[in-house]
Design a protein. Structure first.
Length: 78
């Protein structure tokens, strides 16, 4: 009795193996030394955004201080 064989032999494609290494078990890598880089150039849009953020933070700190002073009663009765 003859055995039927497939016309084309299928081979399994090579599988890529990915190994997961926990950072604590990995070899330490060289860190970038940013001491010699100097100031980063900023575009006008970035500069305006940072100044707006700075103003917002100053305003929020002022409002918190005002609220604390008001709760302490230093502004008198209203």
């Amino acid at each position: 009795m003859a055995f039927m064989q497939p016309a084309v032999e299928w081979s399994k494609p090579e599988q890529e193996v990915f190994r997961v290494v926990h950072p604590l078990d990995d070899v330490p890598e060289q860190k970038v030394d940013a001491a010699h880089l100097g100031p980063m150039p900023m575009t006008r849009t970035v500069r305006i955004s940072l100044m707006t953020l700075r103003g917002y933070l100053v305003l929020m700190v002022f409002l918190v201080l005002y609220h604390v002073v008001d709760l302490a009663g230093w502004l008198g009765r209203r």
